[in-house]
Design a binder for this molecule. Structure first.
Ligand code: FEO
Ligand code: CA
Ligand code: CA
Length: 543
């Protein structure tokens, strides 16, 4: 066994967090729809033959896995609506817990690629017409789609009354007493990257790179605001306050009703992962996916609240969670007029209080075996860190502790078998699954940091049992230019739902396509959700 694998096993294995403080809410926690039982932990994985990196324009899977396409961009979900673009976070919730094969799938639609959505080509996005922008605003946000499994295969229930779209036109109230930029309601949600699930079976969808579409309010040294325009030109035709975006949005899949949670702070939220404490209070973890931004957690003061409580930011050098409550912090009182302003400008507040800059925090999951908080740090080109790492935070006793230890669980690199970790998921045995997100501008470039060890993006597995425990094994490869996102297991772990996002993203025109996935031939590439199943999945998950 090499040293790095030994170290990993030590880090991954037993934790000092006692089982007495394990969160009650591990059911549906993060990407883990079921509790772990002792028998599950003992299931031993048989040897897996991983795949090699490949540049093939297809979803390539390890032997023992196969896939079906469930739904693709522009597929009709109802008479009024079609499925959006660039699907990311997925969450499946059965309508009735006694029938796990009939339920609602939530799908994030992160952003629009103009070439495939309205045909616009060019660098100056202010030249888009209002109609171009409206097409983009329609295809982002999220989809609620009823799906059912018959004869071992999942399919969507077209025109089901539950089927709905949320997008950049949907009115969404803020869960907060005070108005945000003079309004209690935002128009739209977009830039929905990853997300989470609540113990009360709603979903959380996280607004990440909102500033590309809404611009940003920038403050100078004298604390005076100026407006920085949006990169993608939406603000030429629609003038909404940037402060209305960059939030965690909760959606009730049965009603389609949504709300934006101000108490969790405003930044480029990648995800939001909840833990329910024994007394019902909630701890919510979230990362800010930007170079040198921070990791946050919210601790509620009341049961099942995402409004009443305190937001903290991590100093991972000192192992401290720092309160972002203005009443606790004289430095914040000097700069901000009230807590609402602190939460809107929380990046500035966190920096002022000495939060530790991170290498782009992406997904966060709770290790179901030991309760540790596992965080993907994808990379940091500013610091010439091209491969990223996976960080482990071990809270001091309980998830509402204000001190912790932090250390690398895995470090990416050409020799470690993975790079640029993004979405994470634990299965019910505690095996870690994660996807990679190499930048399209650097992927497959002979003079870039990834080639030839890494080719297309992929899905990786770290088994926790068996002869290969602790190894990083690639089990899926994405089509050209695509990223695999949103892994989510069905409740019986016989299906892994997976998003295939932005295939063919680097195409320069509709005549020069870099991908034709999923339909092949000369077809347009389409972001799609796939269902992966097979004996290998059942072996790994112990079903
Ligand atoms: Fe949308 Fe941080 O990936
Ligand atoms: Ca992501
Ligand atoms: Ca990413």
């Amino acid at each position: 066994m090499n040293n790095s694998r030994r170290t990993f096993l030590k880090l991954f294995g037993k934790a000092t967090v006692s089982t007495a403080v394990m969160p009650l809410f591990l059911e549906s926690c993060g990407n883990n729809p079921n509790h772990i039982s002792k028998e599950d932990k003992q299931a031993i994985i048989k040897d897996i033959i991983g795949i090699q990196a490949t540049d093939k324009d297809d979803v390539i899977l390890a032997e023992g896995l196969s896939y079906d396409v469930l739904i693709s961009f522009k597929d009709n979900i109802s008479e009024d609506d079609f499925f959006g673009f660039n699907n990311d976070f997925l969450c499946y919730i059965p309508l009735d817990k006694n029938n796990i094969n009939d339920g609602l799938l939530w799908v994030n639609h992160e952003y629009a690629h103009a070439l495939f959505v309205n045909g616009f080509i060019g660098d100056d996005h202010t030249q888009k017409s209002k109609e171009d922008v409206e097409k983009e605003k329609y295809v982002v946000g999220g989809s609620i789609v009823r799906i059912q499994k018959y004869d071992g295969k999942w399919s969507i229930v077209k025109n089901d009354p539950y089927n709905k779209r949320l997008n950049a036109f949907t009115e969404i109230p803020f869960n907060w007493e005070k108005p945000i930029a003079n309004s209690g309601v935002a128009i739209g949600t977009h830039s929905n990257c990853s997300g989470g699930i609540t113990p009360w079976n709603t979903i959380l969808t996280c607004e990440e790179n909102y500033d590309m579409y809404e611009g940003e309010t920038i403050y100078n040294e004298d604390n005076e605001p100026t407006y920085k325009p949006a990169k993608y030109g939406w603000d030429v035709h629609y003038n909404y306050p940037p402060e209305h975006y960059g939030w965690v949005v909760e959606v009730d899949l049965k009603t389609g009703k949504a709300q934006k949670h101000v108490a969790l702070g405003r930044f480029a939220h990648e995800c939001c992962t909840l833990v329910r404490l024994e007394d019902g209070r909630i701890v919510a973890y979230s990362g800010d996916d930007k170079n040198n931004e921070f990791i946050y957690k919210f601790i509620s003061s009341k049961p099942d609240s995402l409004k009443d409580g305190t937001l903290y930011v991590a100093n991972t050098d000192k192992g401290k969670w720092i309160s972002l409550n203005i009443d606790d912090q004289p430095l914040l009182q000097e700069k901000f007029k009230d807590q609402t302003e602190v939460l809107i400008r929380v990046r500035e507040a966190a920096k002022l209080l000495g939060a530790t800059p991170q290498n782009r925090p992406e997904d966060i999951e709770i290790d179901p075996i030991n309760g540790n908080v596992i965080i993907a740090l994808t990379n940091n080109y500013d610091k010439e860190n091209f491969h990223g790492s996976i960080l482990k935070i071990e809270e001091n006793g309980t998830h509402d502790a204000l001190d912790f230890t932090a250390e690398d669980l895995l470090v990416g690199g050409k020799n470690s078998g993975f790079t640029c970790p993004d979405n994470l998921a634990f299965d019910k045995q505690g095996n870690l699954w994660f996807t990679s997100d190499m930048s399209g501008s650097k992927m497959l470039k002979e003079d870039g940091p990834y080639f030839p060890e890494f080719k297309n993006n992929g899905l990786f597995l770290v088994p926790r049992t068996g002869a290969q425990k602790g190894q990083v094994i690639q089990v899926a490869s994405a089509p050209r230019d695509a990223e695999l996102t949103g892994p989510w297991f069905s409740n019986d772990y016989k299906t892994l739902f997976l998003s295939v996002q932005h295939p063919g993203e680097n195409s320069s025109s509709l005549k020069e396509l870099t991908s034709h996935w999923p339909q092949g031939g000369n077809s347009l590439p389409k972001p799609s959700v796939i269902c992966i199943s097979g004996p290998l999945l059942e072996n790994i998950c112990g079903v």
